[in-house]
Write a protein that binds this ligand. Structure first.
Ligand SMILES: NC(=O)C1=CN([C@@H]2O[C@H](COP(=O)(O)OP(=O)(O)OC[C@H]3O[C@@H](n4cnc5c(N)ncnc54)[C@H](OP(=O)(O)O)[C@@H]3O)[C@@H](O)[C@H]2O)C=CC1
Ligand SMILES: CC(=O)C(=O)O
Ligand SMILES: [Mg+2]
Length: 582
């Protein structure tokens, strides 16, 4: 039987000569068509699926049977397909993962690593099995790893969380041209504390509660040691670990291996980029912002720390004053150092100590107390920004445009919608959400506004691309800062004129290239890059910021061109190799 993956992928696009050579004569319909016809057929099939989950399953099947066609379709229809393979639909797919798993890929298709806690001591064998059966036998260069303990805002999904690394890596490929054969999704199947899954007869993960901290860290240590021994150049993205482990893992590993935490650093970076654009339009100086965060988990604290860095470095605000521009609300109300509970370590930095005896138990009370200019939601609490709160924040800021960022995912967890934010602020809002909301036409006009999507999808793909190319020894805070600056520089004149905060998703491949080029310049500038080619190229072609102490996210044209030339793209016709350029 003809089993070469390329022949299965090409199917009806194979020429008669190729069919003869592969002993496929008579085994395919007689028509020979080009990839655009195959793509048109796949798109038609996609549209015939009546629910988003069915679309997700169809696309998963296509990806694991015809990678080139799948990525052709995704790249050409990214705006429409991103919400299927990524947030929000990926959230539903994860919740149902154990029920749909057999229908996502052909039997025995290798689509990543499932590492159960009770098999961690066999990690070398697991990696060896992967090497032996990996598509194309290529060593992975980018891994996304989760333990499923905090999937989007949906909680502890256990092994079902595998959909997230799979989805993130599809964006690495589609948005930044990483080679799909070298992307490795990993789920640490360390059990789940969600009883619903433990009780579900179809649940496919380990049926046990999660381990205590010591066992968790010992097991992750074994896995990461083995992975980095087997693949010394691998770039590892930590994803959707519950906050109690997210900070600990990052601190343990960030100086040891090439890694980063997407929820802390990636979210910090992308929201800083949107914030830079927002404060240019807000009508008050950056240092006069009063920023109220709802949610003090890995994402909330990660974002706020990135904003503090920016205020210090870019606006010269002394750190204590910059920190004092932030207030946090968690499930117990305003975070202060005198509210009577033991604060988790990651909350201590932002705890208020200037509140006298004032404690606010609710968000409404906190809004009255703080009188914020900006509301940032990373709380997983749907509608936390009620219409009343939005209207009050608008009233409190008659001369400044309020910044409202409901960033929780998926959209069923978002703190408010775009339409609510527009309506309740007299259309003055500067808005970004984690999951894309529909455009909004101001009633009685033809004025249609495009909401910003403040999602780390704009930064993790180019960070991965830059890391793969320049091979820095580690990811520093200043690299992340340069990425934010670079992303904020990518807005087109039209997007800027329309007051948008992020580039349109249709342009994400272009913006990823620019951000990756800036990342490489910064990595060379900090002496972190190990790849001689990029060190020499940057030395010969410095960016405009080469002598400035503050990274400005700039890059040179030759570096941009070289990055573009190294991005993987699906072939457009059967005559080209799968690595031919878009
Ligand atoms: N847009 C983007 O790119 C990204 C979005 N996110 C989203 O951010 C959200 C949070 O992620 P993460 O920080 O890791 O999760 P966590 O669960 O660690 O954090 C949630 C925070 O919200 C607080 N909270 C819970 N209930 C309430 C309430 N009723 N009122 C106020 N605060 C409340 C929690 O309080 P307490 O500490 O007291 O429990 C906690 O501080 C998720 O929905 C995730 O999808 C994450 C990364 C990227
Ligand atoms: C986007 C993302 O990383 C999250 O919601 O967790
Ligand atoms: Mg995440």
């Amino acid at each position: 039987m003809a089993s070469a993956p390329a022949s299965r992928g090409m199917g009806t696009a194979l020429s008669h000569e190729a069919r003869a050579a592969l002993h496929l004569k008579g085994l395919l319909p007689s028509a020979v068509e080009d990839l655009s016809m195959q793509e048109a057929r796949a798109y038609e099939q996609l549209q015939r699926r009546s629910t988003d989950l069915e679309k997700y399953m169809f696309l998963s099947w296509l990806r694991t049977t015809d990678r080139n066609l799948f990525y052709r379709l995704v790249v050409d229809h990214l705006k429409e397909i991103a919400p299927i393979i990524y947030t929000p639909t990926v959230g539903q797919a994860c919740q149902e993962f154990s029920h749909i798993y057999p229908f996502l890929a052909p039997p025995n298709a290798v689509d990543g690593l499932y590492i159960p806690l009770n098999e961690v001591d066999s990690i070398d064998e697991i990696i060896q099995n992967y090497r032996a059966s990996a598509p194309d036998g290529a060593a992975p260069e980018t891994a996304v790893i989760t333990d499923g303990s905090r999937i989007l805002g949906l909680g502890d999904l256990g092994m079902n969380g595998m959909g997230i690394p799979v989805g993130k890596l599809q964006l690495y490929v589609a948005a930044a041209g990483l080679d799909p054969a070298r992307c490795l999704p990993i789920v640490l199947d360390f059990g789940t504390n969600t009883q619903r899954y433990l009780d579900d007869p179809l649940y496919l993960g380990l049926r046990q509660k999660r381990p205590a901290d010591a066992e968790f860290y010992a097991a992750t240590e074994k896995v990461l040691d083995a992975l980095t021994r087997a693949f010394p150049d691998i770039f590892i993205q930590f994803e959707d670990f519950s906050t109690d482990h997210a900070f600990g893992l990052l601190e343990r590993w960030r100086e040891r291996i090439l890694c980063f935490n997407d929820d802390i650093q990636g979210t910090g970076s992308v929201i800083l980029a949107g914030f830079i654009s927002a404060i240019k339009q807000a009508g008050i100086p950056a240092r006069d912002q009063r920023i109220l965060f709802v949610g003090a988990g890995s994402a909330g604290v990660g974002v706020a720390k990135q904003l503090v860095d920016y205020l210090v470095v870019e606006h010269g605000v002394p750190e204590p004053e910059a920190k004092a521009m932030f207030w946090f609300v968690d499930s117990r109300g305003l975070i202060t150092d005198n509210r009577g509970d033991q604060l988790a370590e990651h909350k201590v930095y932002f705890a208020r100590h200037d509140n006298g005896g004032t404690q606010c138990a609710t968000l409404e009370d906190t809004v009255e107390y703080v009188r914020p200019t900006a509301l940032v939601g990373l709380s997983t609490i749907h509608k936390a920004f009620s219409e009343r709160i939005l209207a009050r924040v608008n009233e409190m800021n008659p001369t400044a445009r309020p910044i409202v960022f409901p960033l929780s995912n998926p959209q069923t967890k978002a703190e408010c919608t775009f339409e609510e934010a527009m309506r309740c602020t007299g259309n003055r809002v500067l808005f970004a959400s984690g999951t894309a909301f529909p455009e909004y036409t101001i009633p009685g006009t033809n004025d249609t506004r495009v909401p910003g999507q403040g999602n780390n999808m704009y930064v993790f793909p180019p960070i991965g691309l830059g890391a793969k190319l320049a091979r820095p020894t580690r990811i520093t805070d200043s690299l992340i800062f340069a990425v934010s600056k670079a992303l904020s520089n990518t807005l087109s004149p039209d997007e800027t004129a329309r007051g948008e905060l992020y580039p349109r998703i249709e342009r994400i491949r272009e913006t990823s290239t620019q951000v990756a080029a800036a990342f490489i310049h910064q990595a060379v500038r900090e002496g972190l890059a190990r790849d001689r080619y990029w060190v020499d190229l940057v030395a010969a072609n410095p960016a405009s910021s080469a002598t400035s102490p503050v990274p400005d996210g700039s890059y040179s044209q030759p570096v941009l061109d070289a990055v573009k030339a190294r991005m993987w793209a699906p072939a457009k016709s059967a005559g080209l190799s799968a690595t031919s350029r878009l």
